[in-house]
Each structure stands twice: as structure tokens, then as C-alpha cells.
Design a protein around this ligand. Structure first.
Ligand code: SAM
Ligand code: SF4
Ligand code: SF4
Length: 371
């Protein structure tokens, strides 16, 4: 096996300070980027901390006790997050996903959910509010999250075998606790629940069929994610990626599948249904099949930087505007100018370019901007 190289450079300092354009750009809900893509989905990272050390995301060698996590004063407050989110919604965002780090580690996250649940889309509808979690605190928190206005949760789970799971989260966390968290979320009405499994060839690909069998017929939608070259610390190698087509083939041989229509434009998962009607699975092929053409997602980091792509190497810092004396109209104009200048399509370019070439440098970590 070739040696992994894990660079230790802090990417977070690479920032463009967002500025207010000289002519105001009033929100119409119809904002488009330079490739004509609308803004529909906002992912908000509420903490850069996590109680897991998944090797593909926050490897222990880098995220150790000396890692410089953001101080509390650097994090956007719930009021600041909600104010920024309100401007995004005015530009057409319909869906907000809270993520991290581990979002359930952020104290009183229910209060933020309550504030976001009060926002309305341009059409006057409630937002679709969801959250991605490692499930470790879900059993304790599911009912309160539902009461605050959360509609659904996505739980990350990379295997059912306790030994495999403990070694993938690298903090010896037992799988049974996450499974109880999923049950609690179901009981609280946070469904339909999605379970995300990152497949790493040679590490947990033997868990694909047990996972499919376990969740079949339960109403939980299991989704297989190709292991991605996000960030700069996970020592990613293409030979550890298991293409989604192979995952589908593997399941289909044992549990016949039929392809389903996509649920919405910009939806990242390709959907497959069990031929006997026992539910569906999804595959997210971020490596082998680019879906940049429909990508309508913006990401807001814990400290208020907007990232236009999961593979971006710099963010647009809104904090000086948020903490300065910018009005809501100025903040909305700044966000519009950022989105209008967007041309990111990393996954489409990945195949034809050498590593990092399309983004021109070190990429931001997934634990900093969320999935
Ligand atoms: N801590 C939460 C969790 O694990 O669900 C939320 C944040 S985590 C960064 C969001 C998602 O990103 C998880 O589903 C995780 O499996 C996925 N992820 C992280 N690193 C990844 C990688 N290198 N390739 C594919 N997915 C990854
Ligand atoms: Fe934590 Fe989620 Fe990253 Fe795992 S994937 S280390 S649970 S943030
Ligand atoms: Fe969107 Fe970037 Fe992913 Fe393409 S690579 S789908 S632009 S986040």
C-alpha cells in the first residue's frame, strides 16, 4: 500500500471579504449563477467540532487535542445565522440543512431550528428544514428537535457490524446507540429518515448488503455515498472509491432493484426501488458521475463564510457585514453578487484535471462547511 500524505495546512484563512455591490440587487427569488443555476438549498454548519473522528473526514492525526477549533466568539450566533438565512431565502432558497461538525453538539440547537422554522419562502411556504447527524445524541434529542420544527433527519452510518463501525468512527462509539437514535427519530416523526453510508472499498464494502437488508421495508431510505476527495486531510485515493454502479449491481443481484424517477431537480441521489415494493435506496455518485449541472447549493460556514462548492478552496466572508452596520438589503445584495459570480463545477472538471487544479489550491474541510 502506498504511503498517505496528510498535509497540515489551515485552509480557513483563505477568504474573500464579501462586499456590497454599488447597485443594489433586490431579492426576487429568481437569482441565478453564471451558469444559470438557481439558489435553492442552503447548508449551514453550526459547529466545526465533532465527537467522532471518521478517518475520511476528521482523521485523528490532524484533528487532535491541539487542533485550533474556532473560538465561540468566532461562531455566528443563532440570530446572526437566521438573519443571513433570511436573505438567502429571499433569493429563492427552499431548503435548509443544518450540519457540521456534529450539529447536535451545538448547545440549544433547538432554538436555532425554531427561528429558522419561522421563515417563509418567496411563495410564502414554510422551509424544508433538515439536519445531518452522526446519530450519537439523537436518542436524547429527537423529540425536542421535532417540537422545535425540524422536519426530517439524515443519519450517517457506515456499517452495522459493531467492530467495523467503532473503527470507522475511530472513537470506539457503539453502533447500537446510533440505531437507537434512528428509532427515536422515527418515533418522534422525523421521517422519512435517510441513512447515509460512505462506502470505502476494503473498509466497509462488505457492510453494503447487511445494511440494505437491515433497512429494507422499514421506511428508512438508505443512501450509499462514494468516498470523496473533499478537504486535504483524509489521504483520499481513487482505488478506495467504490463506484455507485457497482453498489447497485451488488444489491440488485440479491435484492432486485428498479430505477425510480429523481424526486427533484438538483437532487444529488439517484433513486432505486426494491422490485417487490419494500422501499428504496439511493446512490450519490459525487466522484463517478458529476451532478454539477443542477447544483443549487450554497454552504455557510460556522463563522459566516459562504462556500459555493464542496470543493472550494476559499469562502466569501459575510461576518464583517453581519457584525458591521450593513442593512438587510445590503447583505442581500452582497449574497446576490456572490451567487451571480459562481462558476464552480468541480466534480465535472475532476476527471480531466490534475488534483487541485480546478480550485487552484487547498480545499476546505468537510467538517468545517458540512456535507
Ligand atoms: N457529523 C454529521 C454527520 O456525520 O452526519 C454531519 C457532518 S458530516 C461532514 C456530513 C456528511 O458528510 C456525512 O454523511 C459524512 O458521511 C459525509 N462525508 C464526510 N467526509 C466524506 C468523504 N470524504 N466522502 C464522502 N462523504 C463524506
Ligand atoms: Fe464527525 Fe460527521 Fe465528519 Fe464523521 S463525518 S467526523 S461524524 S463531522
Ligand atoms: Fe455542486 Fe461543487 Fe459538488 Fe459540483 S462539485 S455538485 S458544483 S458542490
Amino acid at each position: 500500500m502506498s504511503e498517505r500524505v496528510i498535509p497540515l495546512v489551515d485552509h480557513r484563512s483563505r477568504t474573500l471579504v464579501a462586499s456590497v455591490p454599488s447597485s443594489a440587487i433586490a431579492p426576487t427569488g429568481l437569482l441565478a449563477d453564471s451558469l444559470g443555476r438557481p439558489l435553492r438549498d442552503l447548508r449551514i454548519s453550526v459547529t466545526d467540532r465533532c465527537n467522532f473522528r471518521c478517518s475520511y473526514c476528521m482523521p485523528k492525526e490532524v484533528f487532535d487535542k491541539d487542533y485550533p477549533y474556532l473560538p465561540h466568539s468566532a461562531l455566528l450566533s443563532f440570530e446572526e445565522i437566521t438573519r443571513v438565512a433570511r436573505q438567502f431565502v429571499a433569493h429563492g432558497v427552499q431548503k435548509i440543512r443544518l450540519t457540521g461538525g456534529e450539529p447536535l453538539l451545538r448547545k440549544n440547537i433547538e432554538i436555532l431550528i425554531e427561528q429558522l422554522a419561522a421563515l417563509r419562502t418567496v411563495e410564502g411556504r414554510p422551509l424544508d428544514i433538515t439536519l445531518t447527524t452522526n446519530g450519537s445524541l439523537l436518542e436524547r434529542k429527537a423529540a425536542a428537535l421535532k417540537a422545535a420544527g425540524l422536519q426530517r433527519v439524515t443519519v450517517s452510518l457506515d456499517g452495522l457490524d459493531d467492530t467495523v463501525f467503532r473503527s470507522m468512527n475511530d472513537v470506539d462509539f457503539p453502533v447500537a446507540d446510533v440505531l437507537r437514535g434512528i428509532e427515536a427519530a422515527q418515533a418522534a416523526g422525523l421521517g422519512p429518515i435517510k441513512v447515509n453510508m460512505v462506502v470505502k472499498r476494503g473498509t466497509n464494502d462488505h457492510e453494503i448488503l447487511p445494511m440494505a437488508r437491515h433497512f429494507r421495508g422499514t421506511g428508512v431510505v438508505l443512501r450509499f455515498i462514494e468516498y470523496m476527495d473533499v478537504g486535504a486531510t483524509n489521504g483520499w485515493r481513487m482505488d478506495e472509491v467504490m463506484p455507485s454502479a457497482e453498489v447497485v449491481q451488488l444489491i440488485h443481484q440479491q435484492l432486485p432493484l428498479v430505477q425510480l424517477e429523481p424526486s427533484a431537480t438538483g437532487e444529488t441521489a439517484e433513486r432505486w426501488g426494491y422490485a417487490d415494493g419494500q422501499g428504496e435506496i439511493g446512490v450519490i455518485s459525487s466522484v463517478t458521475q458529476a451532478f454539477c449541472g443542477d447544483c443549487n447549493r450554497a454552504r455557510l460556514s460556522t463563522e459566516g463564510k459562504v462556500y459555493l462548492c464542496l470543493f472550494a478552496n476559499q469562502g466569501h466572508d459575510l461576518k464583517p457585514l453581519v457584525r458591521g452596520n450593513a442593512s438587510d438589503a445590503e447583505l442581500a445584495s452582497a449574497i446576490a453578487a456572490i451567487w451571480q459570480g459562481r462558476s464552480d463545477r468541480y466534480s465535472q472538471l475532476r476527471a480531466s484535471l490534475p488534483p487541485d487544479a480546478s480550485t487552484g489550491g487547498r480545499r476546505v474541510e468537510m467538517s468545517y462547511i458540512g456535507g
